[in-house]
Ligand binder design. Structure first.
Ligand code: DGL
Length: 290
């Protein structure tokens, strides 16, 4: 764990919020690309962001580990008063969300809600494709969970879904190696492998919240007629709809237009890298999870 001054350390019990911010969770910085769209579309709400950078990346970890870490963070959000938590992480959405919704929530917080990023994406992505072939780029964990092919087929049964795991992309982004030769090498390699599987793919979805940072580099290597889709706006659109349909949750959400950021690793690193993902300055506090 990085060295922190005592004033940047906050234990779960020591944080105070007025009202209930919307919790936004990711293994690291990636969820900030989603939060950015929430703030742009729904600026009136308060948001509490937690990046579990100290234990990232989640992408190659087992189901059990991702579930355990995610549940621990969800409980932290609940302790802070959040009524609604968004897992702005595909890996956590794929590996932990269902268990948390079905097994944990009824026991620990039946009135609270935890939502993910996969459903809001899969219910709409088929509309972008004319060929009926969709490419998914994601972490190993998300790919192996098969969540995207399964969910997309529920909404668009005629669609063929091809996936490619890109295990180097999160480390490239987390280590700020974007726009380097190394990044380009892996982008080309993974795109080539995806199109070998589905040559008629006309929509490529970045199904990892870290990948939008690589968007320009990915776009350069894609055929001109292939659409590249990121999730932030889709998830923000879906959140707006959810809050409209669920006044009982919406009314609990505090509305001072504030954002607070927590990380389980170095706050200096988080603030430096986080602002790139968020597109605005970020000032984080350290959280020690026990
Ligand atoms: N940002 C996460 C996602 O969307 C993955 C990052 C990680 O591997 O920790 O899948």
């Amino acid at each position: 764990m990085s060295n922190q001054t005592s004033d940047t350390r906050h234990q779960a019990s020591g944080i105070r919020h007025d009202g209930a911010p919307i919790g936004v969770f990711d293994s690291g910085y990636g969820g900030l690309t989603v939060l950015k769209e929430f703030v742009s579309r729904l600026p009136q709400y308060d948001y509490l962001y937690l990046g579990d950078n100290g234990r990232a990346p989640y992408g190659n970890r087992s189901f059990e580990t991702v579930y355990e870490y995610t549940l621990q963070c969800v409980k932290w959000f609940f302790e802070q008063g959040c009524s609604l938590v968004i897992l702005a992480c595909n890996t956590a959405s794929a590996k932990a969300l269902r268990s948390i919704q079905q097994n944990d929530l009824p026991l620990i917080a039946p009135d609270k809600r935890v939502l993910g990023v996969i459903r809001p994406t899969t219910e709409i992505i088929g509309n972008y494709s004319e060929s009926g072939e969709i490419g998914i780029l994601a972490t190993k964990g998300t790919v192996h969970s098969e969540s995207y092919p399964i969910e997309i087929r529920k909404f668009f049964p005629e669609t063929s879904v091809y996936q490619e795991a890109c295990p180097m992309w999160v480390p490239i982004v987390e280590n700020n190696e974007i726009h380097t030769q190394g990044a380009n090498f892996f982008i080309k390699k993974n795109l080539h492998a995806l199109f070998q599987k589905g040559p008629k793919i006309d929509v490529v979805l970045l199904a990892c919240t870290h990948y939008p940072l690589l968007k320009d580099d990915i776009q350069e290597h894609l055929p001109i007629d292939v659409k590249l889709v990121t999730q932030g706006e889709l998830v923000a659109h879906s959140l707006a709809g959810y809050l409209n349909r669920h006044p009982e949750i919406e009314q609990q959400c505090s509305k001072n237009g504030q954002q607070q950021f927590f990380t389980t690793d170095s706050t200096e690193d988080f603030d430096q890298h986080g602002s790139m993902f968020f597109g605005a300055p970020v000032k984080s506090r350290y959280l020690e999870l026990r």
